[in-house]
Write a protein that binds this ligand. Structure first.
Ligand code: BES
Ligand code: ZN
Length: 874
């Protein structure tokens, strides 16, 4: 038994001798003073005699009783009692006060306009470990308890929480709202929102009421999300074999919001861009983002909220599955979007991050609350997914699970040795590249850990190898358990009688890219695949996988850029959005540093590749065209503008001027507007700044968050350094919400990277203070540092940060520096490829500078896909 509070200092987790059963919480936010007061009565079960209770609290004051020690660093409080607490139950009562902060975490304030005046609303964001900023609690996911909330708020406001209100009593200017008691749930899922809102309502086939709350006057923009929500709930109920567990579901748009959305049980919060959709004002990619986000957060109502990870080490059980299931749901709801193919966007960002030495295993050890935020990245979200989940959900409902628990259920369901196979994937960082070589009738395979810096790590995996030859009807699969393996292909290949290979011979491994690994083919196999691409034999997923692998192998200097170019050439006739977006992504990554003397020609050649399809699509929408063509148009126009294609730039500017005179012109709908804005910014400079000022004017006039994000994403894209500097300073003003800084950061032009770095150094202290949470501060480092590509710069950056490092951005900094060094080495090797100029002429097509880096202005939050530029994620 502990003798002194000191013994609880510096521990990764709370002790288990006492745990909460039920919280009775009363909170009174003051929206004018931006503070709150609260009272908690917590039913506590003591399982071993103790003189202390140890729980979390942060930034709370006036805590009674008085014999309380707070260890601020650990965000815990230890209460000492004169007499030992016996085994059994008791009630712990505390009063406390706190601040409604402006940091978008804990209990915070968000601002909105109402009748021309600025008002505050009160909002919570508790994941991962910020419930403790609102009330004292056992703030770990495994301490599930029931919550009974009571709020005292101004009578005229809407006050929402996880459960429906059971009673409301008005007392002059204040009202007291009592909510139903919740089922067992984790603290990070508790939510409160207080402000003025409108709502629309619908219900599921089971009769669950679903509402979308928006700012007053905007609730029509919630219709699309409401429809997706109702349909997703109906789908998940069948898919998970368990009905939606709560009596109601509310979804609400919050003007200041750190992440893209948050799955609070029964009260899901979103940034406006991720929830609101307007037929006239939103783009096709906005629409897709809303659907994916809603489907993702609602999947969490089962995966995460009903069954919760035991500790943050198993975060992927939440995020990996919600991501995977959301694509499944959207594929089902909107089959014409080809969403399942777009899921490869997630896989490829996982593959990119996990090829860094500074990556981490899926299951990552967490020793302090400050380390949790940094793992909400592509590893947790994108590296891994599976099926047969219904019995897992049933078994662990209202409880917590670890990674092994899932394998045990899957093993039982499938009779396969799931655990041995999967632990090689979840406990080990990284993934393999499979070298495939043809030797007579054998396909020889060898695995090695793939790292972008070109080294090979020590990792070994049990790799599910799938393969097909000449046609998708001829398939073979096996588990590669050792370093090397062989696949006998005699009967598999279509050898003609004289032993000569069929000219249509090709072998594709990792069919449809379902495995988390890359493949490096020998020359013969690679040539076969190129033919297969040209003659349109391959699935969209395989076409994407081949280009993505080839690009990554080239960065790691495992294959020449010349051969990458040769391969890209095979994609000349491609007109599919999902494929072209990956082709564009790959070619956009090479900076002008690589080939200074070639870059102009190179750009021209790339333009030649994209132009035919772009011309076919033109700037104008056609009646009845597909969702994907609309997305492709925007992708291509943005790429052409970034490549400096004059005709596209002048057409963009022409349409922009018409738009300035008539904001409703059909000549510049939401889908093509970003391309036009970027075109305008290509020609802006300090001596010719009308375009910049016109964009600012639109920004100030519009009330639409998606439109604002398009403009913010353009402002810093000018080639003029001074304008970039101005845009960065604009980001620091009150006119840009702190949640939106990453749009400006993500848009910084290549020409502006040096000035952006200078700016960051000058403003570092202020930036760190204003964007303290891990994901936000990491945006600054990722966007600004990762754009460089030289050893000297990496050294300069390290030197600046020496002595300034904090846990919140340490991982982001290490990863960014690693990327800079990888780019530097890659560029050196490209410059040494003497026949590069040649390839260009041969193929009529080559690499380009900074094209289409970020074609999607709607991405919610890109911490995890930062590789694709914000707002997605690293
Ligand atoms: N649980 C997360 C939100 C979150 C992220 C909270 C990081 C705290 C720290 C939520 O379910 C989520 O994943 N949101 C995504 C959007 C989604 C469509 C992938 C996001 O915010 O980017
Ligand atoms: Zn999530």
């Amino acid at each position: 038994m502990a003798a002194s509070p000191e013994e609880f200092r510096g521990q990764a987790r709370l002790p288990h001798f006492a745990s909460p059963l039920r919280y009775d919480l009363r909170l009174r936010p003051d929206l004018t003073a931006c503070s709150f007061s609260g009272a908690a009565a917590i039913d506590v079960a003591v399982s071993a005699p103790t003189r202390f209770l140890v729980l979390n609290a942060a930034e709370l004051s006036d805590l009674a009783p008085s014999e309380v020690v707070q260890f601020e660093e650990d965000e815990i409080l230890v209460m000492g009692f004169d007499r030992e607490l016996p085994v059994g139950e008791g009630v712990l009562k505390m009063n406390f006060t706190g601040t409604l902060n402006d940091q978008m975490r804990g209990f915070y304030r968000s601002k909105y306009e109402c009748n021309g005046e600025s008002r505050n609303m009160a909002v919570t964001q508790f994941e991962a470990a910020d419930a403790r900023r609102c009330f004292p609690c056992w703030d770990e996911p495994a301490f599930k308890a029931k919550f009974k909330l009571t709020l005292e708020v101004p009578s005229e406001l809407v006050a929402l929480s996880n459960m429906p209100a059971v009673e409301e009593t008005v007392n002059g200017p204040l009202k007291t709202v009592y909510y139903e008691e919740s089922p067992l749930m984790s603290t990070y899922l508790v939510a409160i929102v207080v402000g003025s809102f409108d709502y629309i309502e619908s219900s599921t086939s089971q009769g669950t009421k679903v509402r979308v709350y928006t700012q007053v006057g905007k609730c029509n923009q919630g219709k699309f999300a409401l429809d997706v929500a109702v349909k997703s709930l109906d789908l998940y109920k069948d898919y998970f074999g368990t009905p939606y567990p709560l009596p109601k579901l509310d979804m609400i748009a919050i003007p200041d919001f750190a992440a893209g959305a948050m799955e609070n049980y029964g009260l899901v919060t979103y940034r406006e861009t991720a929830l609101l959709y307007d037929e006239l004002l939103s783009s096709a990619s906005n629409k897709q983002q809303v659907a994916i986000t809603v489907a993702h957060e609602l999947a969490h109502q089962w995966f995460g909220n009903l069954v919760t990870m035991e500790w943050w080490t198993h975060l992927w059980l939440n995020e990996g599955f919600a991501s995977w299931v959301s694509y499944l749901a959207v594929e089902y709801l909107f089959p014409e979007w080809n969403n399942w193919t777009q899921f490869l966007d997630e896989t490829t960002s996982g593959l990119r991050l996990d090829a860094l030495a500074e990556s981490h295993p899926i299951e990552v050890e967490i020793n302090h609350a400050s380390e949790i935020d940094a793992i909400f990245d592509s590893i947790s979200y994108d590296k891994g997914a599976s099926k047969a989940l219904a019995s897992y959900i049933k078994k662990y409902a209202y409880s917590n699970a670890k990674t092994e628990d899932l394998w045990a259920v899957l093993e039982e369901e499938s009779g396969e040795p799931v655990k041995d196979l999967m632990t090689t994937w979840t406990k080990q960082q990284g993934y393999p590249v499979i070298y495939a070589k043809l030797n007579g009738h054998d396909l020889e395979l060898e695995q090695a850990q793939f790292l972008s810096d070109g080294s090979s790590g020590p990792g070994m995996w049990i790799v599910p190898i799938t393969s097909c030859c000449g046609s998708y009807d001829v398939q073979k699969k096996f588990l590669l358990k050792d370093k090397t393996g062989k696949l006998h292909i005699k009967e598999f290949t279509a050898l003609s009688a004289d032993g000569e290979k069929d000219p249509n011979f090709w072998i594709k491994l990792n069919i449809d890219q379902t495995g988390f690994y890359r493949v490096k083919y020998d020359d013969e196999l690679a040539a076969g695949l190129q033919n297969a691409i040209k003659s349109k034999k391959l699935s969209l997923m395989d076409k994407i996988g081949i280009v993505d692998d080839a690009y990554a192998l080239s960065v790691a200097r495992k294959q020449t850029v010349t051969s990458l170019l040769r391969l890209l050439n095979a994609y000349r006739d491609e007109s599919d959005y999902t494929v072209l977006s990956h082709v564009c992504l790959s070619i956009s990554k090479i900076s002008v540093d690589a080939t200074p003397d070639l870059s102009k020609d190179i750009k021209q050649l790339l333009i030649n590749l994209l132009l035919p399809t772009a011309k076919k699509l033109s700037w104008d929408r056609k009646a009845g065209e597909s969702h994907l063509d609309v997305m492709l148009r925007s992708l291509l126009l943005i790429a052409l503008v970034k490549l400096g294609h004059n005709e596209t730039i002048s057409e963009g500017i022409r349409r922009f001027h018409i738009f300035l005179g008539d904001r409703k012109t059909p000549l510049l709908p939401a889908d093509t507007r970003k391309a036009a804005y970027l075109a305008v910014m290509r020609t802006v400079s300090t001596s010719n700044r009308a375009g910049y000022d016109a964009l600012l004017k639109i920004y100030r006039e519009t009330a639409e968050a998606q439109e604002k994000s398009r403009i913010l994403g353009s402002l810093s894209s000018s080639p003029d350094k001074d304008i970039v500097f101005e845009a960065l300073n604009f980001m620091l003003t009150d006119e840009v919400r702190n949640q939106d800084s990453f749009y400006i950061l993500g848009g910084i032009s290549l020409e502006g990277r040096e000035v952006a770095w200078t700016w960051l150094k000058q403003n570092w202290d202020y930036v760190l203070k204003t964007w303290p949470s891990s994901s936000l501060i990491s945006d600054f480092i990722n966007s600004i540092v990762s754009r460089f590509a030289s050893e000297a710069k990496a050294a300069e950056v390290s030197e600046f940060f020496a002595g300034r490092i904090k846990p919140s951005f340490e991982r982001a900094l290490k990863q960014s520096l690693e990327r800079v060094r990888i780019s530097a080495r890659w560029i050196e090797s490209i410059q040494s490829e003497t026949n590069l100029g040649h390839t260009r002429e041969d193929n009529g097509f080559c690499l380009a500078a900074a094209a289409a880096e970020e074609h999607d202005e709607t991405r919610v939050k890109e911490n995890r896909v930062r590789e694709r530029g914000p707002p997605k994620r690293t």
